[in-house]
Each structure stands twice: as C-alpha cells, then as structure tokens.
Design a protein around this ligand. Sequence first.
Ligand SMILES: [Zn+2]
Length: 510
Amino acid sequence: MKNLILLALVASATPVAPPLPANVERALAEVRANELKGDLSFLASDVLQGRFTPSPGLEVAAEFIASKFRAAGLEPGGDHDYFQMAEMVDRRLPTMTANLTLYSGDRTFLVPAGDLAVEATSQAAHLDRVPVVFFATKDPALLKGADMRGKALVSVEADARNLSGEQVRAERRRARAFDQAAALSGALLSLTVLHNKRTVFGPPHLLFMEQATASRTPMLVAPSEELAKFIAEASHEAATISVDIPAPFDNKVIVKNVIGVLRGTDPALAKTAVLLTAHYDHIGTVETAGQMSMQAAGDSLDRIYNGANDDGSGTVSVIEVARALSKIEPRPKRSIVFMTFFGEERGELGSQFYGKHPVFPIAQTVADLNLEQVGRTDSTTGRQLSNATVTGFDYSDVTTFLTRAGERVGIKVYRDAQGSDEYFTRSDNDALAEQGVPAHTICVAFDYPDYHGLGDEWPKIDYDNMAKVDRMVLLALLDLANTEKEPQWNAQNPKTEHFRAARAASQGGK
Ligand SMILES: [Zn+2]
C-alpha cells in the first residue's frame, strides 16, 4: 500500500524541489525591504547631488558603500582597502576653429571647421601637408602592425543606414579596434568620414578616460557624403592634409570602484569568483547633465537627478545581498565579489576599468550578475510585479540559475523580446562579457516614467518587490558559487561568438 501511494505520487506530481537548507532560508530572511529603503533614502538624497562622476557626492557614496561592506565583515577587495583607485582624466575636448584641407593631385577639398569634431586628442596638433593614407573601410586588419609615423589616416565609416542592429554593433566594434590600431601605429592624425551626423556635434565635448589609455593620435570626425565621394573618386597619389587642432583642457581625478569579498571555502574553487555588481554613479545635477548633453535643463526648481532607481536600487541591493550572505555558515565554495562601479553613465567606465585591472583573474571569474533598475515596478510597458528580466537571455546558462532561483522565491524570470539583446551592451555587464565572462544585467523595468529624470526619487521604489528580486539574486549567486561546473556561453547562439572567443583567449584555449 505504502509503495503504491509513493508510486502514484511520483507519477502524477511535477517534480517538487527539495526544501532549501536552513542556512539558506536564514540568509533569504535576512534580505529586508526596510534596510533597502534606509540605504536608498540616503544614497539618493539631495545631499549626494546625483552622484556624478567625478564629484564630492560620488565620493560620499563610495565611503557609504565601503562602510556597509565593512559592517558586513567582507574582506576589502581594492588596492586601497575597499577601493579600487582609478586615475582618470576629465578632458574637455577643443572645438575646431580652423578648416581642414585635403589635397589630392590637382584637386583640393575643404572641410569647414564647423563640420569637424574632435573625438580625441591629448595635445594641440599642427599638420602642414602631411601625407595621407586612405582606408575605404575601418578594417583593423589593414592596420595590424603598421607603422604610420609621420602620416595621416583618412577612413570612411560604414554606412549604417541599411544595417541591422547586430551589424551596426559589429561595425562599431571594428571601428573601435581600428581607432585603437590607428593610435598604436603612431599616426599624426586619424580622420573618420561619416555618412551622417552623430551626437558628437553637441555642446562642449567631454571625455572621461583612463590616463594610460589617453590616445596621443588626434581623432577627428567629419560627416560629409561629398568627402566620402571625393575619397572614392580621387586618385590618391601624393595626397596630403593640413589642419590645426587646439589643445584640450585636462583635469586629473581619482575615482573608485568599491569592492568587498566573501572568501570561498573550497580549497580549489575559492580561487574562482562570482561577481555581483551595480553602478553607484548617476548623472548629477541639471548643470552636469546638461554639459554632458544627457538632459535639457528645463526650468524645474529641482536641480538634482537623484537616480534612486538608476542605479541606486542596484547599489543598495548589492549592499543588502552582501549583508544577508555575509553571515551564512558554511560559506559558499567559490568566492563572491560584491562590487559597485563608478562612471557607468559616462560610458561604462568603472566596469571597463575593472575589466582591464581585475582583482580576480578574468579566467577564474565564472559569472557576473549585474543589477540595474530593480526598484521601480511602474514600467512604461505596464506594472512589473514579481518578475525580472535578464539581458542576453539566451546568451548563456546563467539565465538557468536565475530562473531556478526565481521559481523558489516567486519571481518569474522572462525574456524581454525588445530589451534582451538590445540592452545587453547598455550596462556594466558588457565590459565583463567583452572579457569573456558570462555576464548579464538583471532588470525589473528597462524604461519607467522618470528614467534619467528629476523625479527618479526613493519614495517611488517598491521595496517589497525589490527585496523579493534580491532574494532571487541571492539564491542564484549562492547556486553559482557552489556549483562545480561553471556557466557557459550558449554556443548555439551566433551572437555569443565574440564572447566565446574572448573566453577561450582568457582561459588559454581551454
Ligand atoms: Zn543605470
């Protein structure tokens, strides 16, 4: 009889997951909505002035996060206690004041100063009839190992108008590699001819970058169909170029990623790490955001972009999951690295800095869960209760860990048809993915009424829902930290080819 009942149960019921160990249940219960609210009401308060990179408000935020990691008893993971110091240059690029002239045979082509934008330069440059090398496409292979000292490069950017989103991204990657190769080649100038105007023609162009990577080769762009045609038609024997580029204005600053470590316990696996990340910066005030062309000034009395949801919500979630997990006994097998980045709003700079200067070797970093906008449930696409989406949903099996964890705590993890692939490159997971680490961003609402608006304030957050999402994150993180087999990029998806290649390279062809 007994046996029969058992058999019937096995046959009829969908498999029920065994109960969670008591230590895990305790850690889950430690995630509290009120802690999240307390932390966020400070981080997103006006006192921090919108946490612009760089700014005193950002510094206060970094100290606050470090104090929380300290209180949780995490190991400091930076080069200075919990801080990974990044020496950066805040650079105001010059506006062109003189025309550029291209000479080819008996023809000349003049580009007016107003149609030229400086994309990079670390000094003033004066070029007088410098020999030109033309490139019909921005193919980095054409520049590999080339010595272009004493020469100017003129290349034509791919016409993006008839390309798919994926092709545009691939072209952008190629163009970036080309520009890097151009800088390495020692060229005196790299001029890119565009088919249409990009955003570079806004008010004062600002760059924020790592000092060591500041290119010495001036980079100019010119949107000009006529010039593209001229380049295609002219015979380019003995072509030369003349141009004057003013010096930029540089301000050297130090900014910080904040890193705390929960050391793993398995003798072999403790050397490997899972990352939980979020960016703690935002766009500052009406003044700083306006300078960056991030927002129009408007005439509101409120001058502060508090960034409660973007990405104060992710930041306090990292803090809270760290606090809840820090007491767990026994500790997970792999190490868990809790990290908040500077400079996401200025081009994912903090995560890129980490990608280049990892505290844990990239090859041993098994996954990154990055949190963005996990607090607001009033998405522009409708209310988002008890669910969360993952960018690059079918790029790796990290999603399986999240889905499984979500089922445990009542969070439905779904694929956002629009956002899944589009937003994959629009947050800090991208910098880790570029290095080959399976890295995804978890988000509740990609778009919401106050996105990059003055009204993104802490009282509008749904703290109970955020706590629930954080419990899913905690479970997935633990699962990733305890599993023997590390997550893999999905080889069936051609969009992961680039990331798989990077993974193979970092792990020595493994
Ligand atoms: Zn963000």
